[in-house]
Design a protein around this ligand. Sequence first.
Ligand code: SF4
Length: 658
Amino acid sequence: MKSYTGKVLWVDLTHGSWQEETLSDDVYKKYLGGIGLGAALLYRDMPAKADPLGPDNILGFMTGLLTGAGSFFTGRWMAVAKSPLTGTWGDSNCGGTLALAIKQCGYDGILFKGASDHPVYLYIDSKGPQLLDASLYWGKDAVETEDLLMEAHKGKKKPAVAAIGRSGERLSLISGIVNDRGRIAGRSGLGAVMGSKKLKAVVLAGSQRVGAHDPIKTKLLSMKCSRDVMLPLKLMPSRLVSMFGSIIGHLPMGMSQNGLLVAGIMRKWGSVGTLPASVGMGDTPFKNWAGTNRDIPGFNQKVDTDFILKTEKRKYHCRECPLGCGGIVSLEGKLSESHKLEYETAASFLTMLMSTDIELAYEMNELLNREGMDTISAGGCVAFAMECYEKGWITKEDTGGIELKWGSSEAIRAVLSQMVVREGFGALLTDGVKRAAEKLAPEAVDSAIHAGGQEIAYHDPRLDPGMGLHASVDPTPGRHTTGAQLYYDLYKLWTRMPGLKPAALFYPKESKFEADEYRMKGAAAVSNFTQFYNAMGMCYFGMLIGVDRVPVFEWANSVTGWDLKPEEYMEIGRRIQTLRQMFNIREGIDPRKINVSKRLLGVPPQTAGPNKGVSFDLEKLKRGYWNEIGWDSETGIPTTDTVAALDLSSLVKVGGVL
Ligand code: SF4
C-alpha cells in the first residue's frame, strides 16, 4: 500500500458535475503531492491569463504525499489557485483535520472549475460527492457555518469542514479559507476565489484507509524523531526568551540559531513565543516598518507572552505532531473560546499598529478568523492607513470620522470591523495596501508595504535579507514561509546534501548581504526544500527543527516504497519551484518588477534600533538566486536548459501533458 490514492476529484461548478482523474505513479514521482501536484494540474488545465475571480480559475484543495501515513508534521493541507491579490501563482496552507479528510475521501486533491450561479457546498461521504445548496449558510461567518454543517451531517464519521466567511463572499482580495473553527489558509486571497465560485464550503466525511508502503519503518522513524526533537523548556519564562533576543540584537556578529530551541518554544507557547526574541533582535517591525523596538519602550514587559499561557484553556496538535503549537484561549467575560494568537497576528495587531492592547489583539484575531480574513494583510492595511492619517494624506472626512491614531484600540476595532464586510472606510482597505494606496493616497505609494501586491509577513529583511529576497523571488510574493537565511541555518540541509556548506555559528553581519556562492546556493536549496516539504504536506515549524533530527527523506521513501536520495527529492523541489515560476511567466508577470518595498531594503536607512544604518542591494541578491536555481540571471525566466533538465518541456507546451 502507498501513501497516495492515485486519484484527484474534479468538480465543475458551472454544470454541477464531477469526475475522477486517475494519475500514474510517474506523476507522483515527478511532482509528489500537495503544492507540486497542484502546480502540475493547474498549469495543464487553467487557460493562460484567466481572470482570478472568473470561472476559468481553478481552486484546488491539495493534500500531501505523507499525510495520514504515520510520519510526523503532516497535518497541512494546501489551497492553490491563481491569486486575485497578486495575479501570480497563489497558494496558502493550513493545519487541522482537513488534510487527512481529503485523503479519507479517496483523493489526493479536490479541484474546482467554473462557477455556480447560486451558493453551494461540496459534501463527500462513503456514497461519493454531492453538490448541495448553501443558501442557508451564505452570509454567515465561517465558524457558524462549520458548526451548522457539522450538525447537518452528523453521523458515524465527524466531517472536516473548510468554509469562507463574509470576507470571501464579498470578494476581499485578502480573504482566506477557514477550517477547524478559525484556523485559516489566509494568504494569496484564495477566499475570494472560493467566493467568486459561490462555493461556501467543503464538507468531507470519507473514511477510506490511508496506508504506507512500510508502516513499521515509518513508525520507527517517527519514534526516533519524537525522542530527538524534545527540549524541556517548561520552566523557561518569556523574559529569558526576550533577553536572548536582545543579546543577539546587540552582538557585533551574526549568530546561527538552533532548531531545538524553536521546537521548545513551539511546544510551550506556540509561534507567538518567538515574539519577545524577535522584538529584541530587530526582526519584528514597528509602526508600518518605519519604527523600531525603541518606539514602544518596554514592549516585552507590556505584552508578556506568558499572559497567553495564563489564558490557555487547552493545547491542541495537528494530527501526527509531537509539538502541538496550537491552543484554545479564553478571556473572562470577553471571549469564551478562540485560537491562540500566532506570532504574525500579534505583530500585525500590536507592533505594526503601535499597540500594546493584547486583549484587543485576541478580539480582532477572533473576528478575522470567523469572517475569514488574513490577519497579516489586514494589519498591514490598517498600519498603512494610520501612517497616511498621521502624515495628513487622509483625514477624518476620508475615514468617516474614525480617528486613525497609532495605537488607538477604538480605531483598530472600527476599521477592521468594516474591512471584514467591505463597508465604510474599511472597504477601501479590504483589497490590500497596493490598491488602497492607488485609491486613497497616491502620494503614499512608498508607505504601502508589499511585494507584488501582497503584504509582507512580519520578519525584517534589514535583519535577514533572505526574507526580502524570497518574498521577492518566490512565485507567490510576500511570504515569510518560502525562505530566509535563518531557515538555511535551521534546516541544516548540509547534513544530508553533498555540496552545501554548513552555517558558521558566528559570522560577520555584513556577510548576510553578499550574493556569494555560499549564500546563493543556500537560498536556492531553501527554496527547493520548501517546495519538497510542501508537496509532502509537512509543517514548516517542524522543518525548522532541522533535517538532522527530522527524517523527512526517509519518511518519503518508507511511505511510498521509493528509493530516492535527498538530492533527488531536492531536484523535485526545484521542478515545482520552476513550474510555479513558469506559471507566472505565462501570466505575463515580469519577475524583475516584483520587489519588497524600498523601506524594507533600508531606503532610507533607520536611524535607531537594532537595524540602524542597514541598507542593501536586493537586485544583486535576486540575480544571484536566479542564476543559482537555473533561471535567467537578468530576467528571472527559467532557462530552456533548466526546463528541459527538469523534464518540464512537455508540460509547458500548449496542450501539454504531465
Ligand atoms: S507545529 Fe503546530 S502547526 Fe505545525 S503540525 Fe504541529 S501543531 Fe500543527
